[in-house]
Design a protein around this ligand. Sequence first.
Ligand code: CAA
Length: 291
Amino acid sequence: MKTVSVIGAGTMGAGIAQVFSQIGYHVHLIDYKQENIDRALQKINANLSKLTTKKVYTEEQKEAMLKCIQPSLIYNDLLAKSSLIIECISEDIEKKKKLFKDINSHLSQDVIVATNTSSIPISGLASLLDHPERFIGMHFMNPVPVMKLVEVIRGKDTSEKTIATIVAIVEELNKAAVLVNDSPGFVANRLLFALINEAVYILQEKVASAEDIDRIMKLGMSHPMGPLQLADYIGLDVCLSILEIMYENLHQEKFKPCALLTKLVESGKLGMKNGNGFYQWNGMQIVAANY
Ligand code: CAA
C-alpha cells in the first residue's frame, strides 16, 4: 500500500487526507494539536458518511477508508515510511522553514516532499532540504474533495521525474494538475487575491454593500460565490497572510491588504470559521454585516 504523510490537520490537511484515503493510500495525518486531529477526523467521517448515504460507497468501504487514516502527534518514524509528504501547516514562512529543517533528517531515500502553500515561493523552502529536486508545490483548492484543480508548482530545482510522479498522483485522485512556474501566489492566488482585495476596497469606499458586490460577481460572471463570501469561506486571517506575502514579494500596490481587511482580522472577525466576517454566519444562514 502506498503511504502519504499529511502534516497539518487543518481544513486543507483534512481534505487532502480524505481524498488520498478514497484512492486506497495509507495516510499518516500528523498535527501537534490533538484537537486539530479530532476535528479533521470528524469532518472526514461526516464527508464519507454523506457519500455512503448517497451510495457512492458502501459502509464497509467507508470503514476501510477511515481505517487507512492513522492520526499522530509526532512524525519522526512515520516520515521514513512515506513515499510522499504533503505539508499543510499554516501560511507562515518561518513555521514552514522550521518544519522543513526539522524533517530533513527523517526522510527516506526516494520520498517526494510537497508543500500546499498557497502563496510562498517554493524554491526557498526547497533549499532547506538535502534533495530540492524532490520538492514540489501541490496547491489544492478548498473544499479539497470537491475542487478539481491541483496547481502544481515547479521550483527552481524540481526534477522532471518529480513532476511526472506528482502529475500521475493528481490524476489518480481524479483531479486535474496544472503545472506552473514558481512565483509568489503562483497563478491561482495572484488572480483570486487581486479580485478579493479589490472587492474589499469597493466595500470600504461604500460603492456597494457586501451582498451587492457578491451578487454582481455571481449573477454577472457566474462565480459560485462572490469574492467577499469566498474570503469569509477561506478565512480572513488566511486571506490577510496571503496578501501580505504577495505584497512583500511582488511589491505591487494591488496586493497591499485593504485596511478594512486588516481591521476585521485585528478585531477577531475571521470569516465563516468563527461566525463573523463580511457576513454573519449563523448555521446555514448568512447575513451581510454592515460596513
Ligand atoms: N467537503 C466535501 N464536500 C463538500 C464540501 C466540503 N467542505 N462543501 C460542499 N461539498 C459538496 C456537497 O456535499 C455537495 O455535493 P453533491 O453535489 O454531491 O450533493 C456539493 O459539494 C455542493 O455543495 P452545496 O450544495 O452545499 O453548496 P454549493 O453548490 O454552493 O457548493 C461549494 C459549495 C462547492 C463550496 C461552491 O460554493 C463553490 O464552488 N464555491 C467556490 C469555492 C472556491 O472557489 N474554492 C477555492 C477557494 S481558494 C483556494 O482554495 C486557494 C487558496 O489558496 C486560498
